[in-house]
Design a protein around this ligand. Structure first.
Ligand code: THU
Length: 135
């Protein structure tokens, strides 16, 4: 599957899974729960929630948990992504998470942003990637 094949049913499944993940977030400090869900090119869905820490800087974003599950379950490239806050509204991934996601993005990967659907190149233009290490 590539991003061109992502349709309303996929977005609905991603949103539902992101909400499910958000419900399990551990956010006793910020009280800002986040759930993230991704669709792999093979059709597999992966998800994650934020996990905070008393040492605030050790907090893990929801997207990090999602990428960890992606790798643990066989890797591959993501074609679509959705992230929600505690109200179920689309949540913008932070800059670091955009970088983490982009390493595993299929070309033209789509993200459900608060402004609507955008591509990985739109949310992280000029991104640094594996090819830059080879120069
Ligand atoms: N957070 C995420 O999980 N993902 C993001 O992309 C932005 C921020 C979490 C980290 C912290 O637990 C809470 O949201 C408030 O910053």
């Amino acid at each position: 599957m590539d991003p061109a094949n992502v349709g309303p049913a996929h977005w609905q499944a991603l949103r539902r899974l992101a909400i499910e993940a958000m419900d399990r977030a551990y956010a006793p400090y910020s009280h800002f729960k986040v759930g993230a869900a991704g669709l792999n090119e093979d059709g597999r869905l992966v998800s994650g929630c934020n996990v905070e820490n008393a040492a605030y800087g050790a907090t893990l974003c929801a997207e990090c948990g999602m990428i960890s599950e992606l790798i643990r379950t066989g890797g591959g490239r993501l074609v679509a992504f959705a992230c929600v806050d505690g109200s179920g509204r689309a949540c913008s991934p932070c800059g670091r998470c955009r970088q983490v996601i982009s390493e595993h993005a299929a070309p033209g990967m789509l993200l459900a942003m608060p402004e609507g659907i955008q591509t990985i190149d739109e949310v992280l233009p000029g991104r640094f990637g594996p090819a830059d290490l080879a120069t």
